[in-house]
Write a protein that binds this ligand. Sequence first.
Ligand SMILES: Cc1cc2nc3c(=O)[nH]c(=O)nc-3n(C[C@H](O)[C@H](O)[C@H](O)COP(=O)(O)OP(=O)(O)OC[C@H]3O[C@@H](n4cnc5c(N)ncnc54)[C@H](O)[C@@H]3O)c2cc1C
Length: 324
Amino acid sequence: MAQETAEIVIIGAGMAGIACARQLAAAGRAPVLLDKGRGIGGRMATRRVPLAGVEVSFDHGAQYVTVRDPGFAKAIATAPGSSADWADGAAEPHLVGIPGMSGLPRALADGLDIRLQTEVISLSRMPDGWQVQTSTGTLNAGLVVLTIPAPQAAHLLAKADLPGLAVGKALTSVQMDPCLTLMAAFPADAPRPFVNRSDTDDPLAWIAQDSTKPGRTDRFVTWVAQASPGWSMRHLHEPADAIAARLLPRLCDRIGADAGTALHVSAHRWRYARVRTPLGRPFLHDARHALYLGGDWCQGARAEAAWQSGSAIARAVLGIETAA
Ligand SMILES: Cc1cc2nc3c(=O)[nH]c(=O)nc-3n(C[C@H](O)[C@H](O)[C@H](O)COP(=O)(O)OP(=O)(O)OC[C@H]3O[C@@H](n4cnc5c(N)ncnc54)[C@H](O)[C@@H]3O)c2cc1C
């Protein structure tokens, strides 16, 4: 992409960006998705680790998705085999990606024009549209849709220095918490006291036996544990190894495992993980600058909320076009 032109550029190939792009593409538009990550799906993420000749996966971002929205259910139905119910004992079905969480967004993004490992460095408003500067080149676009976490969007727009930008204040009202996540694998005969557990008073607010999800290897017992927002904030700037070393004994204490038998231990730092204070509406729109913003931060801390936000943006874009 040395210098290219696209009608619509969507920044962020997570659930919100994918939902938006799918609907625009289905209506005959040609959106280009840019993402700085190596894989599709954003926080619907899977870490793969080679262990004793097999690949072990950890869902170190979203643990499962709920499917309450008919449009989301319909989209999932178009991607058979990419998700399945997790028998975790919850009253409401919890759907997980196959073979890992990222399998679902990857399948939903099938056929879309997605440029990975393409970080948007800056945005500039030109008389006839946008100039999007990325780590791999420049893209000119008529319309920009930002589906990245609100604080990151605020940062990009602040650099763009747009006179009269209408969305800045609303964007900075959104608050997102960090989450430090531990991944650990044990031999198949290690204790398995529960499938998952949530305890907001515990520094390990969520613990899940990842290997109980459908489609995962049964050669190991794997766990994903998430530190509480407060603990995560306190230790956010420590190296990943130090975070893992702090969290492993806590996990072993809760599951009755011997830390010395762990076959794999690592940690991931999510700076903007969960929405604490959402926007309270499905998206932001600045008509003057041909700009839309969305993501889970609009209405809730869930992948489905991200999907709904991206879908709402697509409907608005298409609605504008219909009315014109
Ligand atoms: C630890 C954790 C646990 C969670 N558990 C659950 C759960 O159990 N159930 C649930 O429903 N939800 C859960 N969530 C929330 C869920 O993952 C999110 O709500 C959802 O995935 C957000 O989708 P999104 O498209 O809004 O944003 P994201 O998934 O964050 O996508 C944004 C994308 O933008 C890209 N990006 C950012 N900046 C740039 C840039 N400058 N240039 C290019 N690309 C950029 C990123 O790489 C990313 O891929 C969890 C999240 C975390 C972190």
